[in-house]
Design a protein around this ligand. Structure first.
Ligand code: B12
Ligand code: SF4
Ligand code: SF4
Length: 372
């Protein structure tokens, strides 16, 4: 299958160059086995992609990349470990809420991309065709990680291996080199179910997939609108992403490896929530340029911060929530209305009942009426 044969000298040289850049590597064939393809289709049919419409577009070209990349025969999978230690917490500001570990460094897309480009150029010099992707391509990166024998898919849906655990950022390089025979990595979850039982929202289905409609990472990073109030308590203090199903994994307890290009930054691991309320969107973009916080942007970070503040229930932070109620963005104001009600500040809700945006006024009125 996949036309496996011994690795050519050019392909070996390319792989060694990737390793010299600090990546863990593995070769996989381009073709995805039928059961894996079906798994992906079933996942979509069941609506588990939530609002990530881009996953529904052209699933067949994602599952059969040969349709789009007729020249490609193999995938060189690159993994950049990110089990770095937390940076020191800065002083001053309102530094509440947790940020997923992968976001403590500059945006990995930007960090990895130059390396992929260099590998593309090298491949060309070696007489191979190559095209790199980090995340953005229509390719199931974890599937290629498994196929290449880089690790196994845990019950937490993550690609993991013994030394580095789940803390692996993945990238792929499609190449025209025939792949070598695959050497599968034996799955080692055993009877453990810590991630499944530890997930605060019950998002993990136990078979190595999850339902994004319940995943905190989806709601805090990808979802564009209001976060349904019924979900708020389970979101706890997660400001951006979620690492619970990784933190509980025994294979992560001793993981310490990290790619040399990753340097955790205090302002990313512990951002000042005031930034999301007092900076203009332009100023926010300047301060957080080159970071993954730009994906949700200022307004969604403010939304997430309000959920965290409401969940923490500390009245000391009411001034920030009241500032949210005056935000230029109606989604932030509507979220602030919910947060004010949860924190018991019904007086600050009053102006929102007159909000120029009917949806915001409606939320505020309903919350005041519900109070009786
Ligand atoms: C959409 C997406 C999400 C969605 C959906 C996640 C999901 N589990 O499906 C949301 C927003 C929820 C999300 C969250 C996170 N994500 Co994300 N995400 C993606 C993205 C863009 C596509 C994934 C996808 O297609 N999902 C649909 C499912 C059905 O497909 P799949 O995940 O590829 O799974 C396939 C394999 O598991 C395979 N398979 C399963 N068992 C077996 C066994 C064998 C033998 C074989 C061959 C194959 C196989 O079958 C599945 C279907 O084909 C990828 C990047 C990419 N292009 O691949 C990053 C990616 C998966 N995410 C990543 C990360 C880091 C995260 C978070 C940890 C971020 C955070 N801290 O908040 C969380 C983790 C949540 C979790 N437990 O999975 C990393 C994962 C690295 C790793 N070690 O696995 C990726 C690869 C990004 C990257 N470039 O590094 N993510
Ligand atoms: S990222 Fe968080 S919410 Fe999503 S599956 Fe893992 S533990 Fe559950
Ligand atoms: S917590 Fe346990 S079940 Fe979940 S991925 Fe880790 S070893 Fe597997």
């Amino acid at each position: 299958m996949n036309g496996a044969q011994p690795l050519s000298e050019a392909a070996r040289y390319l792989e060694e160059a990737a390793q010299a850049q600090g990546f863990l590597t593995a070769w996989a064939g381009l073709e995805l086995p039928q059961p894996m393809q079906q798994r992906y289709r079933d996942w979509l049919t069941q609506g588990r992609q939530a609002g990530m419409a881009y996953l529904e577009r052209n699933p067949e070209s994602r599952l059969n990349p040969a349709r789009r990349f007729a020249w490609a025969k193999s995938v060189l999978v690159l993994a950049a470990p990110h089990a770095y230690p937390p940076p020191p917490r800065p002083s001053g500001g309102v530094r509440l809420g947790r940020v997923a570990r992968y976001a403590w460094v500059r945006d990995y897309h930007h960090l990895l991309w130059p390396h992929l480009e260099a590998l593309e150029v090298l491949a060309q010099r070696l007489g191979l065709q190559a095209k790199g992707y980090v995340d953005t391509g229509p390719l199931s990166e974890r599937s290629y990680g498994v196929l290449g024998g880089l690790g196994w898919i845990g019950r937490n849906a993550m690609l993991l291996r013994m030394g580095e655990g789940t803390y692996l950022t993945l990238a792929v390089l499609l190449t025209s080199a025939p792949p070598p025979p695959a050497r599968p990595y034996p799955p080692r979850c055993g009877r453990c179910t810590r991630c499944v039982t530890g997930c605060p929202t019950g998002a993990l289905l136990g078979d190595g997939t999850l339902d994004s409609r319940l995943c905190i990472s989806y709601w805090t990073i990808e979802h564009r609108g209001l976060i349904p109030p019924a979900l708020w308590p389970a979101l706890g203090d997660w400001l951006f992403g979620c690492d619970v199903c990784q933190e509980v994994c025994p294979w992560n307890q001793r993981a310490q490896a990290f790619w040399p290009g990753f340097a955790p930054e205090p302002e990313l691991a512990y951002p000042n929530l005031e930034d999301f309320f007092y900076l203009s969107s332009k100023a926010f973009e300047r301060k957080y340029a080159g970071t993954v916080f730009l994906r949700p942007g200022r307004t969604r970070m403010a939304r997430n911060a309000l959920v965290v503040l409401a969940n923490l229930g500390n009245p000391d932070y009411l001034p920030l929530v009241r500032q949210g109620a005056r935000d230029v963005n109606p989604m932030v104001r509507a979220t602030a209305a919910q947060a004010l009600a949860r924190l018991g500040d019904f007086d600050a809700l009053l102006p929102l009942t007159q909000d120029p945006e009917p949806a915001v006024a409606g939320v505020a009125l309903a919350l005041r009426q519900a109070r009786g």
